[in-house]
Design a protein around this ligand. Structure first.
Ligand SMILES: *Cc1c(COP(=O)(O)O)cnc(C)c1O
Length: 478
């Protein structure tokens, strides 16, 4: 072997680097959890960050790659910091990350059974476990894929394959198909409809009520209007929950409507489908078992590193109708519905062994670990909402149903409230001690937290509100 390649694959090098890296990562976890890092986000302007890494790239080769890894840790957003409460990405379980190191090295590509001897059966078990937890009676209709965006697109393609009067796969489509979704649905649903060529008319948005849930009593009216305009409505997508405010649509009402008109009911549970594991919170997704297809992200509420998403079909055969492609070199029989050849049902050909991370969690901690997380984060959001309501200068957008809370600080002059909250959020970002985000609801700007980290305490949240209050006062007296 050539010299460099010999170094690359030398087991003793790996052993030494990996031992050291695990120590570095354990130190990171400890520092983050104890808040020894003063910042949850070490904010840099993009051009500064680029300049830093360009300078790094120009340096001599590393004697030890761990020097690089230390820098990457230092400069990254620290999701394990209790004051990280930004976007809905999980505070990864260290065990799941270790599993990622294992599967990264093994690198079994999964598309065909022979390249996923372990990961294909494990994916089947994990998706069956989730399907059962969500209340599906027939198992075998699940698959894992890279993210909720791709999973929702895959579901919509299956809907089109199932509901279009044409054989779209062979003939293309000129039909005017459409879906009904809440105006608060994740943007990837809109994007998926447009990718499929349905245009703006193919995605019909139903207004939401004061809790940002789909006004299901309007479904009939929007359905009739669309049909009259020449669209064939094929599905309703329910959000469980919506991204901005974490509001759950009434899935039972959507299921009733879909049954009445023989439409496909797709439940986008990317964020909130995971509440199925919690006795306390599973009522939020009542009716999800009546959905024809469901998406759940493991990398949001189940502590798994991104990306790791389940797409479940109520009728297993539906999982196979999306991609009818022949790939002679991959499959002996392109039309058989074999669960163990993962690539028949996914966009991806080569695919990460992602189910193994979930499986390792289930085998080590049991499903109770997921319900503990759900309950902890949802309880905390309820407490935070109460804290916001107890402060006179603050306003809650809506009483939260999930672990997402939107709120704002009221300016002395109401007209300045949007601008003031944008400034507060910007100051918090630059300071980096807390990481929170913002969202716009009915043209009003709100601060938004997703409580993702079970180590976030009520005390952290009190400090956050104090900081916001302080910034709000300072910014107004300038
Ligand atoms: C996050 C989210 C998505 C997108 O999932 P990704 O895994 O980020 O691609 C879709 N729908 C909902 C409701 C979400 O919360």
């Amino acid at each position: 072997m050539k010299n460099l390649l010999a170094q690359v694959y030398a087991p003793q090098n790996f052993r030494q680097q990996a031992h050291e890296l695990v120590d570095i990562l354990a130190d990171y976890l400890q520092a983050a959890q104890n808040q020894d890092f003063s910042q949850a986000i070490p904010w840099q302007e993009p051009h500064n960050s680029l300049a830093y890494w360009q300078a790094d790239f120009a340096e001599d080769l590393l004697a030890n790659p761990n020097d690089l890894f230390r820098k990457i840790i230092e400069k990254s957003t620290h999701l394990h910091h209790p004051r990280y409460m930004g976007h809905q990405v999980s505070t990864t379980a260290p065990l799941a990350s270790l599993t990622g190191m294992l599967t990264g090295l093994l690198n079994n590509g999964m598309a065909v059974y022979e390249m996923g001897l372990v990961s294909n059966p494990i994916e089947r078990i994990v998706s069956d476990w989730l399907a059962q937890t969500l209340g599906y009676q027939t198992l075998g209709g699940g698959l894992l894929t890279s993210g909720g965006t791709l999973a929702n697109l895959t579901a919509l393609l299956a809907i089109r394959a199932g509901k279009s009067p044409n054989d779209v796969w062979s003939e293309g489509t000129s039909e005017k198909l459409a879906i009904l979704v809440s105006e608060e649905a994740h943007y990837c649903i809109d994007r998926a409809a447009r990718i499929m060529g349905w245009g703006a008319g193919g995605i019909i948005k139903i207004p939401t009520n004061d809790r940002f849930q789909m006004r299901t009593e309007l479904l009939e009216q929007y359905y009739q209007t669309a049909q009259l305009a020449g669209y064939q409505v094929v599905a309703v997508v329910g959000s469980a929950c919506s991204t901005s405010t974490g509001s759950y649509d009434d899935l039972g009402a959507i299921a009733d409507f879909c049954e009445k008109h023989q439409l496909w009911f797709h439940a986008d549970g990317a964020h909130g489908g995971a509440v199925a594991v919690s006795d306390k919170y599973k009522h939020l997704i009542k009716g999800i078992e009546r959905a024809d297809s469901i998406v759940v992200d493991f990398h949001k509420m189940m502590m798994i590193p991104a990306l790791c998403t389940a797409l479940l079909f109520k009728r297993p055969d539906d999982a196979f109708q999306t991609f009818h492609q022949k790939a002679q070199y991959l499959w002996d029989n392109p039309t058989s519905n074999d669960w163990f050849n993962s690539g028949k049902r996914t966009f991806e050909c080569t695919k990460l062994m992602m189910a193994v991370k979930v499986y390792a969690m289930l085998r080590t901690y049991g499903e109770a670990v997921f319900s503990e997380l759900i309950d902890t984060l949802h309880d905390l959001a309820g407490e935070f909402a109460q804290m916001v309501q107890n402060r006179p200068n603050f306003e809650l957008a809506v009483v939260p149903q999930s672990n997402i809370v939107c709120f704002r600080y009221m300016a002395d002059n109401q007209e300045n409230t949007n601008e003031l909250n944008a400034q507060i959020r910007r100051k918090l970002l630059e300071k980096g001690e807390f990481y929170i985000v913002q969202t716009t609801l009915r043209n009003e700007l709100y601060l938004r937290v997703s409580l993702m980290n079970p180590m976030t305490s009520q005390a952290d949240l009190e400090v956050l509100l104090n900081e916001i209050e302080q910034l709000g006062t300072q910014l107004q007296t300038k």
